[in-house]
Design a protein around this ligand. Structure first.
Ligand code: 0A1
Ligand code: ZN
Length: 858
C-alpha cells in the first residue's frame, strides 16, 4: 500500500460524473487472516449521456484478481487492464444495457499495517474505508458520488459478525446485513471478532425502537457505559434541535485498539478508536470523558450530515466535516458550559488551525487541489469549516439558519452535494447574497483585523475603524476582503455595559462604525464570542486589558483580555524585558472571585503555552527563542504562585470534589481549578502537594496532573514506576504514561527521554495511539522538540521514516510537528530542514509523507 508512486495532483476543476450508475452492491466475504476472499457483484447501468466510455475501477495494486465476469461471462482478457491503482474494462466489452460485474479478489489482512482497508486489530477483523480504503478491499468506483444500497454476507467463525444496515440472516459461520440507504464505499464497514456488547435502546420521535450496542473486547464492558449514555443523549439532541431522526433498526459502535483517527461514521456501524469509547474513573480523565461525549455525538450526527447527504468529491470534505463539528460543538455547549466550550474551542483553533494557516501547509477550507486526500483531514477543514458555519449563522440569524438547514435536509437528502449547494440553500432560505461570503471557503489564510478607536468627547461619539487584510498563503498571493461579522459591546468607566453586543458586518478593506450618545469614553469589548476566526490587532494597554478582565460581560472577551495580558507579559519576559505585574495582580482578583465559574477561573489561571507565546512573538516580527520562552513562562508561573500562595492553597484545598467520581461538568470544573492551583504551587512547594495527591487521588484526572507536576520537579520516578506496575495491561493508561514523560521533561532532556522510552519492549510503535503518544508528547514540549542541538528533530524524523513503511497516514500526520520550522533562528532552521530533507530523500517514501514534506520544504 505504501509503494512509491508518482506525484499526481487531483484538481477540483477536473470533476466529471461517473459514467455508470451503480444500482446495487452485493459483497461476500470469506474471512481468513492471510487470505480473505472478497466477491463483489455490482449492478451497473451505463449512463445515457456517457455512452461508449471505458469503465475504470479503483483497486490497490496488492489486490489479487482471481475472477472477473460480466453478466456471468469472462470477457476477452485484452479488454481488461490493470495499471497502478486502477482496473479498466474497455467499453467494447461492456453491454449497453444494465449488467452485473462480478469480481473475486484475494487480500491479506494480516499484512495490512496501514489501518486502511480490511485489517486486523487485536485479533479482530475491522475496516477503515474513508477516504479511499475501500479500493484495498475490492475493485470499485471508490468515489463519494457513486452510491448504492449494500447487501453484505460475511463467512467467518468469529462469534460476532457486523456490517452496515440491518441484520437479515445469522447462522453458524455466516451473517448477512442489508443497508437500504444508498451510500458511497467510504461508509462501508465490516467487523468480525470476539466481542461483547453493552446494549440499550432508543425510541425515536416517530416511535421506532432502535437497538443500540457498544461492542468492546471481553473485560472492557464496564468501561463502555459512558459511551452508551453519550449516544442516547446525542440521538435525542439531534431530534430536538435539528429534527433529525435515526433511520435503521440498529446502531452499532465498535471499539478498536489500532485506529488512525478518532472514529468513523460508517452507516449504522461506527468504528471508534478505543480511547474514545472506554472510560472509567481510574483510567480516564475529565478531558477524556468530554472528548468521548463529543466524538460519539460527532459520529452520530454524521448520519445526517455526511451519510444521508454526502460529498460530491473529496474537495467538498468540509461540507460534512465543518457542519458536523459545528453541530457537535453546539451539542457540547448545550450539555456543558457554553462559554467554557467556546473558549476551549478557540484555544484549539488557534493552536492548530491558525498555526496551519500561517505556515507552509495553509490551504482553503475547500481546497482546489491535493495529491493525497488523507492529508486534508485538517484543522482547517474541520475546525475552520465549523467557524465558517458559525459566521453564517450569525449573519442570517438563528431563524434563518434553521430555515436553511431544513431546506438543506429536504432538498439534498440522498445527494452527494457541494459547497455551492450548501450556500444556495442559505441564499434561497434567507434571500441573502453569499457571493462574497464564499471567499471563506476558497481563500486560505487568517485575516488580520486592525481596530482603531476615535473618541469625540464633545459629541459623545465613538468611531471604530476596522481594516482587514490577509497575508499571502502558498499559491494565493492576493486576498480580497471578506465578510467578517465583528461583534462588539461597550463598557462604561464604572464597569457597566453601555452598549450591548452589536454585530458589525465588515465587507470592505476598511470601514468605520459609529456609536452615539455616550456620556464618557467607553472601553470597547471587541470580537465578542470570537465572532470570526481572525487575528485582532488593537491599540490597548495592560490597564485596559485588566479592566476588561474584571468587567467584561462577554465571557470570551473577558477571558481574552486575561490571555492578552498574560501574553503581553510573557512576550516581554521572553525578550529580556520586565513584565507581568498587571497580570499577576489581576489574576489574583479573578482567582479569588467565588462568584465566577471555577472552570472559567481555571482557564484564566492556566498560562498560555510556549507554542502560543512563540506564535505571538512571530506575529510581531520577533524570532522566537524556545529556551527563553520556556524560562519566561516558568518565571511568571513562579511569581503567580509566590504572589498568591495562600489564595491558591485555599483553592487547592476547597475545590476537592467529595463523594464518588462523576465526570459531570460541575465536578470537572472544580477539579480543573484545583489542578490549575496545584500546577502553580508546584513551582514553589518542590512537588510536595503533587506527591501526596498522586498517592491518594481516586481519579485519573488528578493522578495525571500530579504525575506531570512530579516530573516537572524531577521527582517523577516512583510515581511512574507505580503507574506502570498498576496499569501494565491497560493500553490507554500506558499511552498517557508514554506521553507525559517527554511532554513534562526538562527541554534539554526531552529527546533523550523519548529515545529511551522508544527502546522499551512495550513501545508497540505500530499501534497508532502508542506512536502518537510518544512522538506527540515530544512535539508538545515546545523547547524540547525545538532543542537547539536538533535532537528533537532527528528523533522525530527517524521514527517518521520508520513508520512511513508501515502506516503512511500516521507518518504524514505526525510530520506536522515540523510545520512551524521556518519561524525559528538560522541554526534551528538548518537542523529542521536537514531532517525534512532526509525524509524527502528516503527511498520508497509514501505519497502521503512526500506530499507533506515537499509542501513544508517548498
Ligand atoms: N470522518 C471521520 C474521520 C476519519 C477520516 C479518515 C479516517 O481514516 C483515514 C478515519 C476517520 C470523522 O470525521 O470522524
Ligand atoms: Zn467527522
Amino acid at each position: 500500500m505504501s509503494q512509491p508512486q508518482q506525484p499526481m495532483t487531483h484538481l477540483l476543476a477536473d470533476y466529471r460524473p461517473y459514467p455508470f450508475t451503480l444500482k446495487a452492491t452485493a459483497l461476500e466475504f470469506h474471512l481468513a487472516s492471510q487470505s480473505t476472499r472478497v466477491i463483489a457483484r455490482l449492478s451497473l447501468v451505463p449512463k445515457a449521456d456517457a455512452g461508449g466510455q471505458d469503465m475504470v475501477l479503483d483497486g490497490g495494486s496488492e489486490l489479487e484478481l482471481r475472477a472477473l465476469t460480466i453478466n456471468g461471462q469472462e470477457p476477452d482478457p485484452r479488454m481488461v487492464m490493470r495499471e497502478g491503482e486502477t482496473l479498466t474494462i474497455r467499453a467494447a466489452a461492456l453491454p449497453a444495457e444494465p449488467f452485473v460485474l462480478e469480481t473475486e479478489v484475494q487480500i491479506d489482512p494480516s499484512a495490512n499495517t496501514a489501518c486502511e482497508g480490511l485489517y486486523i486489530s487485536g485479533g479482530m477483523f475491522c475496516t477503515q474505508c474513508e477516504a479511499e480504503g475501500f479500493r484495498h478491499i475490492t475493485f470499485y468506483p471508490d468515489r463519494p458520488d457513486v452510491m448504492a444500497p449494500f447487501d453484505v454476507t460475511i463467512h467467518s467463525d468469529k462469534p460476532v459478525l457486523l456490517s452496515n444496515g440491518n441484520p437479515v440472516q445469522r447462522e453458524a459461520g455466516l451473517a448477512r446485513w442489508q443497508d437500504p440507504w444508498p451510500k458511497p464505499a467510504y461508509l462501508f464497514a465490516l467487523v468480525a471478532g470476539d466481542l461483547v456488547a453493552i446494549s440499550d435502546s432508543f425510541t425515536t420521535m416517530s416511535g421506532r425502537k432502535v437497538a443500540l450496542n457498544v461492542w468492546v473486547r471481553p473485560g472492557d464492558e464496564d468501561r463502555a457505559g459512558f459511551a452508551m449514555e453519550s449516544l442516547i443523549k446525542s440521538m435525542k439532541w439531534d431530534e430536538e434541535v435539528y429534527g433529525r431522526e435515526y433511520d435503521l433498526d440498529v446502531f452499532n459502535i465498535v471499539a478498536v485498539d489500532d485506529f488512525n483517527m478518532g472514529a468513523m461514521e460508517n452507516k449504522g456501524l461506527n468504528i471508534f478508536n478505543s480511547k474514545l469509547v472506554l472510560a472509567s474513573p481510574e483510567t480516564a480523565t475529565d478531558g477524556d470523558y468530554e472528548r468521548i461525549e463529543g466524538v460519539i455525538a460527532h459520529e452520530y450526527f454524521h448520519n445526517w450530515t455526511g451519510n444521508r447527504i454526502t460529498c460530491r468529491d473529496w474537495f467538498q470534505l468540509c461540507l460534512k466535516e465543518g457542519l458536523t463539528v459545528f453541530r457537535d460543538q453546539q451539542f457540547t455547549s448545550d450539555m456543558r458550559s457554553a462559554p467554557v466550550k467556546r473558549i476551549t474551542d478557540v484555544q484549539a483553533l488557534r493552536a492548530r488551525q491558525f498555526r496551519e494557516d500561517q505556515g507552509p501547509l495553509a490551504h482553503p477550507v475547500r481546497p482546489d487541489h491535493y495529491e493525497e486526500i488523507n492529508n486534508f483531514y485538517t484543522a482547517t477543514i474541520y475546525e475552520k469549516g465549523a467557524e465558517v458555519i458559525g459566521m453564517l449563522r450569525q449573519l442570517v440569524g438563528e431563524e434563518g439558519y434553521r430555515k436553511a438547514l431544513d431546506l438543506y435536509f429536504d432538498r439534498h437528502d440522498g445527494d452527494a452535494a457541494t459547497i455551492e449547494d450548501w450556500l444556495q440553500v442559505f441564499e434561497d432560505a434567507t434571500g441573502r447574497d453569499l457571493t462574497q461570503f464564499k471567499r471563506w471557503y476558497t481563500d486560505a489564510g487568517t485575516p488580520h483585523v486592525e481596530m482603531h478607536e476615535d473618541w469625540n468627547a464633545d459629541d459623545g461619539r465613538l468611531t471604530l475603524t476596522l481594516r482587514q487584510s490577509t497575508p499571502p498563503t502558498p499559491g494565493q498571493q492576493d486576498k480580497p476582503p471578506r465578510v467578517i461579522p465583528f461583534a462588539v459591546g461597550l463598557i462604561g468607566p464604572n464597569g457597566q455595559e453601555v452598549a450591548a453586543t452589536r454585530v458589525l458586518e465588515l465587507t470592505e478593506a476598511e470601514q468605520s462604525f459609529t456609536f452615539d450618545g455616550l456620556g464618557a469614553r467607553p472601553v470597547v469589548s471587541a470580537l465578542r464570542g470570537f465572532s470570526a476566526p481572525v487575528i485582532l490587532k488593537r491599540e490597548i494597554d495592560d490597564a485596559t486589558r485588566a479592566f476588561l478582565l474584571a468587567h467584561d460581560s462577554d465571557p470570551f472577551a473577558r477571558w481574552e483580555a486575561g490571555r492578552d495580558l498574560a501574553l503581553s507579559a510573557l512576550t516581554a519576559l521572553a525578550q529580556g524585558r520586565d513584565g507581568g505585574e498587571d497580570y499577576v495582580a489581576a489574576i489574583g482578583q479573578l482567582a479569588g472571585d467565588d462568584q465566577a465559574d471555577p472552570a472559567f477561573r481555571a482557564l484564566c489561571l492556566n498560562l498560555p503555552g510556549e507554542e502560543e507565546i512563540a506564535t505571538r512573538l512571530t506575529a510581531s516580527g520577533v524570532t522566537p527563542d524556545p529556551d527563553a520562552i520556556h524560562a519566561a513562562r516558568e518565571d511568571l508561573a513562579r511569581r503567580m504562585a509566590e504572589a498568591h500562595t495562600d489564595l491558591l492553597a485555599g483553592l487547592y484545598d476547597s475545590m476537592v470534589v467529595k463523594g464518588p467520581y462523576s465526570p459531570d461538568s460541575d465536578s470537572a470544573a472544580r477539579r480543573a481549578l484545583r489542578i490549575a492551583a496545584l500546577g502553580l504551587l508546584n513551582r514553589i512547594d518542590g512537588g510536595d502537594r503533587a506527591e501526596v495527591l498522586f498517592g491518594i487521588a481516586g481519579n485519573m484526572t488528578e493522578r495525571m496532573a500530579a504525575l506531570s507536576c512530579l516530573i516537572r520537579r524531577g521527582r517523577g520516578q516512583a510515581a511512574l514506576t507505580a503507574m506502570a506496575d498498576q496499569f501494565a495491561d491497560n493500553r490507554l493508561v500506558m499511552d498517557k504514561w508514554f506521553a507525559v514523560q517527554p511532554m513534562a521533561a526538562p527541554p534539554a532532556e526531552a529527546a533523550a527521554i523519548a529515545a529511551r522510552l522508544a527502546r522499551r519492549p512495550d513501545f508497540d510503535w505500530k499501534n497508532p495511539n502508542r506512536f502518537r503518544s510518544l512522538l506527540g508528547g515530544l512535539a508538545a514540549n515546545h523547547a524540547g522538540f525545538h532543542a537547539a542541538d536538533g535532537s528533537g528533530y532527528d528523533f522525530t524524523a527517524d521514527w517518521l521514516m520508520k513508520m512511513d513503511k508501515a502506516n503512511p497516514q500516521i507518518s504524514a500526520r505526525m510530520s506536522t510537528a515540523f510545520e512551524t520550522w521556518p519561524r525559528y533562528d538560522a541554526g534551528r532552521r538548518a537542523a529542521a530542514l536537514a531532517a525534512l530533507n532526509r525524509m524527502a530523500e528516503m527511498e520508497g517514501i509514501s505519497r502521503n509523507l512526500r506530499e507533506m514534506v515537499s509542501r513544508m520544504i517548498a
